[in-house]
Design a binder for this molecule. Structure first.
Ligand SMILES: Nc1nc2c(ncn2[C@@H]2O[C@H](COP(=O)(O)OP(=O)(O)O)[C@@H](O)[C@H]2O)c(=O)[nH]1
Ligand SMILES: [Mg+2]
Length: 365
């Protein structure tokens, strides 16, 4: 299962527009609050210059980029945590994601109805964040009732840890702060995972701006950036309308179009990279004449776990991995040259794979 990022936000802020551009899938982008009722899941390839460079040097039969998933989660409105709109259904979809892209409307357009009466990104952020928080508080309160009782009548360390985690989470959420800011021990953090809290997931903001504000920003984006900085969250500025135009172009036409609007790359690339970092993901490569390929792992994954992304046999029968950095490949021009420089290493089970490693696994099953 690839890791995924749920796109949330008030209706009509541009979620489906951005999702469609990301995936070129056929989610409906229409000026109607409950247009996208079913969550739309799309696979997105992760753009990576290094993969292109390796391909140029190795000239394989094929090149395969790595992917991640985005999910367009519609219909979150004020009161969702109390079942407003299609509240519970949507919250359930968010609970199943690994990270959250929170889209905030930062463009004026009299043609596009704003559900809360006017463009006010901070107010919009508050509505969504409050709903997510209330949903979590509900989960935590229910769990607290059960676990407090259990903890009183037991010496079971696991239950005591869970009770401690739940108590801390309750205090944090009641103070209006997201669960991810709770000061939990490592064990408590493990216990908290069982709760699938929404505000425990990492979150970034997407400021959907008009074309004019893309480089310089505007008063709305300034407000969003200030708030996000206070929360320690990233902001990605994107013009949804422009991105959907770019997504429809042939790759050959794309470059010229981007130059004409003063962009180096589609804003979506920045969004994909930010989401990738938000999920704490890194990329390693496998490289041969048959295939050059990028693979995704969580930062901190050891060599056998990284091998397991390719095939479970690779993990089960892992012996060792030949390893060098793609930067060394770029510096010396070929694997042979890297080898001659003594920069190709043999790594064992405890090796923690780094972003940009090129790996060749030896295994035996
Ligand atoms: N002017 C402008 N309109 C946009 C932009 N992004 C989306 N829209 C329009 O806003 C409306 C709602 O967009 P949609 O993506 O369906 O919003 P969702 O409800 O958040 O999924 C549609 O009519 C879009 O064409 C943008 O960057 N600029
Ligand atoms: Mg939508």
């Amino acid at each position: 299962m690839p890791l995924n990022c749920g796109i949330v936000g008030l209706p009509n802020v541009g979620k489906s527009t951005i999702f469609n551009a990301l995936t070129s899938a056929k989610a409906q982008a229409a000026n109607y609050p409950f247009c996208t009722i079913d969550p739309n899941t799309g696979t997105v390839t992760v753009p990576d210059e290094r993969l292109d460079k390796i391909t140029k040097l190795v000239v394989p039969n094929r090149t395969v980029p790595t992917t991640m998933e985005f999910i367009d989660i519609a219909g979150l409105v004020e009161g969702a945590s109390k079942g407003e709109g299609l509240g519970n259904q949507f919250l359930g979809h968010i609970r199943a994601t690994d990270a959250i892209c929170h889209v905030v409307r930062c463009f004026d357009d009299a043609e596009v109805v704003h559900v809360a009466g006017g463009v006010n990104p901070l107010h919009d952020m508050d509505i969504i964040n409050t709903e997510l928080l209330l949903a979590d508080l509900d989960t935590v309160e229910k769990r607290a009732q059960r676990v407090e009782k259990l903890a009183k009548n037991t010496q079971d360390a696991k239950i005591k840890t869970e009770a401690a985690a739940v108590a801390k989470l309750k205090t944090t959420l009641e103070a209006g702060r997201p669960a991810r800011t709770a000061d939990l021990t490592d064990d408590e953090r493990v216990a908290a995972r069982e709760l699938f809290l929404i505000t425990m997931k990492p979150q970034l903001y997407v400021a959907n701006v008009d074309e004019a504000a893309l480089t310089g920003g505007n008063a709305y984006t300034e407000a969003v950036e200030k708030r996000a900085a206070e929360e320690g969250a990233q902001v990605v500025k994107i013009c949804g309308a422009l991105e959907s135009e770019i997504a429809q172009l042939e790759p050959a036409e794309r470059k010229e179009f981007l130059e004409s609007v003063g962009l180096e790359e589609p804003g979506l690339n920045r969004l994909i990279h930010s989401a990738y970092r938000l999920l704490d993901l890194i990329t390693y490569f496998t490289s041969g004449v048959q295939e050059v390929r990028a693979w995704t792992i969580r930062r901190g994954t050891k060599a056998p776990g990284a091998a397991g992304v390719i095939h479970s046999d690779f993990e089960r029968g892992f012996i060792k991995a030949d390893c060098y950095s793609c930067d060394d490949l770029f510096k010396y021009g070929s694997e042979q040259a890297v080898k001659e420089k003594g920069l190709l290493r043999s790594e064992g089970k405890e090796y923690m794979v780094k972003d940009g490693d090129i790996l060749f696994f030896k295994f035996n099953v």
